[in-house]
Design a protein around this ligand. Structure first.
Ligand code: ATP
Ligand code: MG
Length: 250
């Protein structure tokens, strides 16, 4: 059975999509069969996966109708994607009417779990019914954080949420906290890193993702960093993250 991982942080712009897309791509290069699911109505992970089809189905369609498949190929042989678009915004309201509303995504992807080694879910910058669905459907979460003021406060809020989700999904683990947009020249980076590592210890990935201009350019070309610039430090670091991740979950 494949492992399901949600990339979660209620704070916007901390590198969730960059991490979901590039970790998925890196695992696929390591010949793991990977499915990336875009669960953010902004659809950023979808844009970075360059799906060829024009009128594609989405995760929203799949959640509404079990007959629909929205699993699409990408330019990377081991990587598939379930896209989304702003339709998913409607799901936030519609789900409130549904019985067992926390379990809709889990149910939707249950048949896919044995077809992939890893299913990676990108989340919106909120803690709402969509993110709850993501966490209920997952075996573990990865939390990207930027080394800035209030990073720790934000982190404790997610950890609190993860603990409360354990009431309905007792197996939900934290696979790791990831420092993103890491900038050695900034003193605050060290201070926040020290605090986070002291408090969360081994939960924090050794690998850190540096601020890298190639990583910020690749979305506008609609591709993961490995296709955009394989020699960049960003590409190297996401491969390193994939390796560290694999060594952790064994
Ligand atoms: P949202 O909450 O809006 O979904 P997010 O948490 O998914 O945001 P991203 O979209 O991954 O965050 O990143 C925010 C911005 O920072 C993007 O423009 C992205 O290209 C850029 N970015 C992410 N990681 C890096 C990095 N390591 N170096 C440089 N730029 C980065
Ligand atoms: Mg995002």
């Amino acid at each position: 059975m494949g492992k399901v991982i949600s990339v979660i942080n209620q704070k916007g712009g901390v590198g969730k999509t960059t991490t979901a897309v590039n970790l998925a791509a890196s695992l696929s290069v390591l010949e793991k069969k990977v499915l990336l699911i875009d669960m953010d109505p902004q659809g950023n992970a979808t844009s970075m996966s360059s799906i060829k089809e024009e009128n594609f189905h989405t995760i929203y369609d799949m959640m509404a109708d079990p007959q629909i498949s929205a699993v699409y190929s990408t330019k990377m042989p081991f990587l598939k994607v379930i896209p989304c678009n702003s339709d998913l915004t409607g799901a936030e309201i519609e789900l409130l009417e549904v019985e067992n509303r926390e379990f809709v995504l889990k149910e939707t992807i249950s048949k896919l779990k044995d077809k992939f080694d890893f299913i990676i879910i990108d989340s919106p910058p909120t803690l709402n019914i969509l993110t709850v669905n993501n966490m209920v459907a997952s075996d573990g979460i990865i939390i990207p954080i930027q080394c800035e003021y209030f990073a720790l406060e934000g982190l404790s809020r997610i950890v609190k949420t993860q603990k409360s989700i354990k009431n309905i999904n007792p197996d939900l683990e934290i696979y790791g906290i990831l420092l993103t947009m890491y900038d050695k020249r900034v003193k605050l980076t060290y201070e926040v890193e020290n605090d986070v590592r002291e408090y969360f210890k081994d939960l924090v990935f050794q690998t850190v993702i540096p601020r890298n201009v190639k990583l910020s350019e690749s979305p506008s070309f609609g591709m993961p960093i490995l296709l955009y610039d394989v020699a960049s430090i960003g590409a190297k670091k996401y491969i390193e993250l994939a390796e560290e991740f694999l060594s952790r979950i064994k």
